[in-house]
Design a protein around this ligand. Structure first.
Ligand code: 5AD
Length: 348
């Protein structure tokens, strides 16, 4: 909102007070988070940007994303690669193909690789450990995002050299979780996140914004869950309806609300790593740049060749994180940011 031509916002005084408290203590009650999520976005995004700058600086960490299998035993209502979707072409990459993509990404300057897949039983513990130890020879930090595994498997991945693991909680609301994940239960998801910490990983989580029947109150619970568990990475993305799924006709989540949730996470968790998610780019042109100016400090460009087949939701930007890297760097430069040259571990 512009007042007298100046870029000033008019907030009810109690919102200013909540923001002041958050800035000084990085603690908020559930009620205060709800107030923020219902308030005008601009001052919240601005504070998140200020805190991002102060605690994690202007460097952006690029993580090269390799989607290596879209075969999945789970059946999440929103997800385009759910097992019930018989309309998509399935693929899985073998060890050599994955290594080749990793090598290329490293040549293009990536210091972190993220291996992401559906929950595909083809990749046994031994196979995963082989992939991990081969990729680690490339001198990269390595993140895995392949769903729920046993503690033993997590420990084996860690021993083989993996550094980080991502499991979004998606929602902490048990009813909502179990409605949207007919093959999973929330308790097991919590357990997996706990086991990842036990295994010694940097742990990433996050949630979807805009699932049907999701409330502001339940998003506030999600935020408090992230804070309580002090996760090292938090990915927030709006829900986007995907064809051939039960939620195909459900309206997409709100970009602005997802952005606000992300900003509140930054305000409460000043030094965690927060990606500007691809789903944000999908809903809004330059959505990632907006996210990077509202608390985010990480981007995960796709470096694999299979992005056209790894369709969790439609409209994902079809960009190549290899050939497109230079122009992306220029865009980041235009908002005063640089690309980090380190492995991008959380700076506590
Ligand atoms: N819209 C937005 N995000 C989605 N994901 C899966 N399907 C969708 C969708 N339709 C997200 C989930 C998952 C991540 C890899 O992708 O949150 O954790």
């Amino acid at each position: 909102m512009y007042i007298n031509g100046k870029n000033e916002t008019l907030n009810p005084p109690h919102i200013d007070k909540i923001l002041e408290k958050a800035k000084n203590t990085h603690e908020l009650s559930k009620e205060e988070i709800i107030e923020l999520l219902n308030a005008q976005a601009e001052p919240i995004l601005r504070l998140a940007d200020e805190i991002r700058k102060k605690y994690v600086g202007d460097e952006i960490h690029l993580r090269g994303l390799i989607e290596f299998s879209n075969i999945c035993k789970q059946n999440c209502l929103y997800c385009g690669i759910r097992r019930g979707n018989d309309k998509i072409e399935r693929f899985r990459l073998d060890v050599d193909e994955i290594i080749k993509i990793g090598q290329k990404a490293v040549e293009f300057g990536y210091k972190t690789l993220v291996l992401q897949s559906g929950e595909d039983g083809f990749y046994t513990q031994d196979k995963m450990c082989e992939i991990i130890s081969e990729l680690k020879k490339l001198d990269v930090a390595l993140t895995i995002s392949s769903g729920e595994k046993t503690l033993e498997e997590f420990q084996a991945y860690k021993k083989a050299g993996a550094d980080r693991y991502l499991i979004r909680i998606e929602t902490t609301d048990e009813n909502l979780y179990e409605k949207n994940h007919p093959t999973q239960i929330l308790k097991t998801r919590f357990e997996a996140l706990k086991n990842l910490k036990l295994a010694g990983f940097e742990v990433g989580s996050g949630c979807l914004v805009g699932l049907p029947e999701q409330t502001i109150s339940s998003l506030a619970d999600d935020i408090l869950f992230f804070k309580k568990n002090d996760f090292d990475m938090i990915g927030i993305g709006p829900f986007i309806p995907s064809e051939n799924t039960p939620l195909k006709d459900t309206p997409a989540g709100s970009f602005d609300l997802a952005l606000k949730v992300m900003a509140v996470v930054r305000i409460l968790m000043p030094n965690t790593n927060i990606p500007a998610t691809t789903a944000m780019e999908t809903l809004r042109k330059n959505g990632r740049l907006i996210a990077l100016q509202s608390g985010a400090n990480v981007v995960m460009p796709n470096v694999g060749d299979y992005r056209k087949k790894y369709i969790l939701y439609p409209g994902k930007p079809d960009e190549d994180g290899l050939s497109g890297r230079t122009s992306f760097e220029e865009k980041l430069g235009s908002i005063g940011r640089t690309i980090s040259n380190d492995y991008g571990f959380r700076k506590k």
